[in-house]
Design a binder for this molecule. Structure first.
Ligand code: SF4
Ligand code: SF4
Length: 465
């Protein structure tokens, strides 16, 4: 037997132990340095094992730390990605009800800049009816156990008729078929009133995610209304009113100038009476495009025939609306770890930075539908016409077919060799690779971020003992 290529270790000299994790099986152990060394050296061992060692080897093999041979391990990994791609037990759908937004965040591709809002798409009632028919057909085709519907935009609540129509339809369609249904909304929070929540709760609303970009002053500078008025107080008031009714997750986007204000935001949130109702807090970096990126911003290059930018608006578990692996420079890797630590210190649940993926782009049955009915491989590519993989009406022209074939081939992780993080990273965010490297098939690597998150995970595991 030999050590799995997905083993990672964190020495804990102060305890005289080693934290051992296998990123594929997700097994985590605190072991003595002797056992950690046994894992590493077993393949080359020439002397017979003692009875104790044999027992230890059996336990380590059971948890995936030791494998029979490398070829078989690679085949198992390929089978895992294949199964993930073809999984039919869960239908995930993100619907962009509009690309319009009532905010004017200067880092956002979807915000109200220039005439963008005037011409930004909004889903019509007719298109919503066609999306509902598409949902019915997909539920009948897949017969999934669960259906998760996420509303996103733009600002999704600027098109409440489409939100209500699809929520009610999803509820009815899943009741008729005996499928578990849940709705989540990713919103800037300005229009998230108790009335909206009350209207959606009976149809399966299970969570809302709201964005706060730092403390009050910083957020007001980063996420103003079109007239530059601040939005922080109104959003907080909305959170206060809806938190007793529905799970609230807080997201936030930081850059070099705003990152220092996030601990103050965490202090503020901790003091609120709704603090214990906050289900999750996750911060991620702003992605900004500029020919000569100022210090601290992640450089993006323009993509797409119409010059529009992709924002890596990630909502998957790399993702899941939560955070993306789109943290693409050393500054970001460090700040991500720092903010994760601060978030935990303030008593909020957050992504651990290790269990980040594979994101939904690796699943065939995770769909994104734009306001005009165009379909995309993931929310980060939404709105980029050249990346549409189809249409709810079934129109699949040559461009759609070519885009779909490109997404079907996505497997950046195959270029990652023996990297131990492949099962939880899968080669990183394809949107980040597309925007930063000009090639969605290339790995978007942030290994240092995984490594520092692993050290934190090890220390938290020790504390929990
Ligand atoms: S490719 Fe990037 S933006 Fe798209 S779901 Fe994955 S992590 Fe999120
Ligand atoms: S992108 Fe980097 S961290 Fe992710 S699997 Fe590939 S080599 Fe590993």
């Amino acid at each position: 037997m030999l050590s799995s290529m997905f083993n990672v270790q964190v020495p804990l000299p102060e305890r005289g132990e080693v934290f051992l994790m296998n990123t594929f099986s997700d097994a985590q152990l605190l072991v003595s340095p002797d056992i950690a060394s046994l894992v590493d050296t077993l393949a080359a061992r020439t002397t017979p094992l003692s009875d104790d060692e044999r027992e230890t080897v059996a336990t380590l093999a059971e948890h995936g730390f030791l494998v029979e041979n490398r070829d078989e391990e690679r085949r198992t990994l390929e089978a895992y990605f294949r199964e993930l791609r073809e999984k039919r037990d869960e239908l995930r759908l993100t619907v962009l009800t509009t690309m319009q937004c009532n905010f004017a965040c200067d880092y956002c591709i979807q915000g109200d800049h220039g005439d963008h809002n005037l011409f930004a798409q909004k889903m019509t009632a007719e298109t919503a009816v066609r999306v509902a028919a598409w949902i019915d057909a997909k539920l009948d085709e897949l017969r999934p156990a669960t259906f998760g519907l996420t509303f996103f935009g733009g600002e999704p609540l600027l098109n409440l008729p489409a939100v209500y129509a699809l929520a009610e339809h999803g509820w009815r369609a899943t009741r008729e078929r005996g499928i578990t249904f849940s709705i989540s909304i990713i919103t800037n929070g300005l229009l998230l009133t108790p009335e909206v929540v009350d209207r959606l709760l009976p149809f399966g609303l299970s969570g809302v995610k709201i964005t706060l970009d730092g403390d009050r002053d910083t957020h007001n500078r980063m996420r103003p209304l079109r007239g530059r008025q601040g939005t922080f107080d109104r959003i907080i008031e909305n959170v206060r009113r809806v938190a007793p009714k529905v799970k609230v997750a807080i997201g936030g986007n930081f850059d070099a100038d705003s990152v220092e204000s996030f601990p103050a935001l965490l202090d503020f949130l901790r003091e609120q009476e709704f603090a214990d109702r906050i289900a999750r807090v996750n911060f991620k970096p702003v992605i900004r495009s500029t020919p000569a990126a100022p210090t601290g911003f992640i450089p993006l290059t323009e993509v797409g025939g119409d010059g529009r930018l992709l924002g890596g608006a990630c909502m998957s578990v790399a993702g899941a609306g939560v955070s993306s692996a789109c943290d693409s420079c050393h500054f970001v890797d460090e700040q991500m770890s720092h903010l994760r630590e601060e978030t935990v210190k303030h008593g909020f649940a957050t992504a651990d930075g290790v269990h980040m993926g594979p994101c939904e782009i690796h699943r065939n049955h995770a769909y994104t539908i734009g306001p005009d009915g165009a379909m995309y491989a993931c929310p980060g590519f939404a709105g980029e016409a050249s990346q549409a993989v189809g249409h709810i009406a079934g129109r699949a022209g040559a461009a759609h077919r070519a885009a779909a074939a490109a997404f079907d081939r996505l497997a950046a992780w195959k270029q990652c060799g023996d990297c131990a993080f492949v099962p939880v990273c899968a080669g990183g965010c394809s949107v980040a690779a597309h925007t930063e490297l000009g090639d969605m098939h290339a790995p978007a690597c942030h290994k240092t971020s995984f490594q520092s998150a692993l050290v934190s995970l090890a220390h938290r595991a020790v504390e929990a003992c």
